[in-house]
Write a protein that binds this ligand. Structure first.
Ligand SMILES: C[S@@+](CC[C@H](N)C(=O)[O-])C[C@H]1O[C@@H](n2cnc3c(N)ncnc32)[C@H](O)[C@@H]1O
Length: 247
């Protein structure tokens, strides 16, 4: 199983604890309706002023707080995730809110949708930083560009760091910004052996300039960039609004 499918374990805990999304915990004030990206999405929508009933896709939608937010704005929303349990909870969350969202299990690196130019807006709410290797990231972003309509927008929020050597969390980060956690030999997801131990990669935390260049190299036009720094943690949220050029 691919390394990024390991989120399934976290969503089984979300389900067991009867929570509605991963950000909900006793330590913070986040909830399904009051999720981490809400203010940013309100300001992004104000900038791009989408048509009413726009076709929206959320990649790595998890249990769907962002997808529900877009559906509540009157848009026509699809969401997918590699985690089966996340999609099960997402369907329940949408049903409880009487929202008609089309959810599916899929992988942005090898997505089953073969059509192009479908969506007015595609959202990355912390999915891309789970995709660590250059080849997987290239495949994922190329698929996003293909699925966007010409002139459509890709709205991104992803974790970023200026100096990876100051990584403040668990695990260790390498010079490319890939975060590694030690796992047992029988760990079921793609693991790598080095220093005589087994490791799984969990995040790709890149420098803001590298993130911007990566988007440009795939072919996106950068419309807006914002870096929200957390000085205490030496981390930042990289926020971008990109568009697909008109031919
Ligand atoms: C930090 S969670 C964010 C979930 C959701 N966007 C939200 O705001 O609650 C990242 C999500 O990306 C999903 N994911 C990771 N790699 C993926 C891939 N290659 N294709 C689709 N989903 C993926 C994970 O399963 C996880 O649900």
């Amino acid at each position: 199983m691919k390394y990024y499918e390991s989120h399934e374990e976290a969503y089984r805990k979300v389900k067991k604890n009867k929570l509605s999304f991963w950000g909900e915990s006793a330590e913070n004030s986040e909830s399904f309706e009051n999720f981490y990206m809400k203010e940013y999405l309100i300001s992004a929508l104000d900038k791009i002023k989408p048509i009413s009933n726009a076709r929206v896709l959320e990649i790595g939608c998890g249990t769907g707080p962002i997808s529900c937010f877009f559906a509540q704005q009157g848009h026509n929303v699809d969401g997918f995730d590699v985690s089966q349990t996340a999609i099960e909870i997402a369907r329940k969350n949408a049903k409880e809110r009487s929202l008609d969202i089309h959810y599916s299990i899929d992988d942005i690196c090898s997505i089953s949708k073969t059509m192009s130019d479908i969506y007015d807006i595609i959202i990355d709410g912390h999915c891309m930083h789970c995709i660590t290797y250059d080849s997987d990231r290239h495949a994922a972003l190329t698929n996003v560009l293909r699925l966007l309509k010409e002139g459509g927008y890709f709205i991104v929020e992803t974790m970023s760091i200026e100096d990876p050597s100051l990584w403040p969390h668990d695990g260790r980060i390498d010079e490319k910004g890939i975060v590694w956690h030690e796992v047992k030999e029988d760990y079921p997801y793609d693991k790598v052996k080095f220093e005589d131990k087994y490791w799984i990669c969990t995040r790709r935390i890149m420098n803001p300039c590298d993130l911007e260049n990566e988007l440009k190299q795939i072919g996106f036009l950068i419309e807006h960039i914002e870096i929200i720094k957390d000085e205490k943690l030496n981390m930042a949220d990289f926020r971008a609004i990109c568009s697909k050029p008109m031919q």
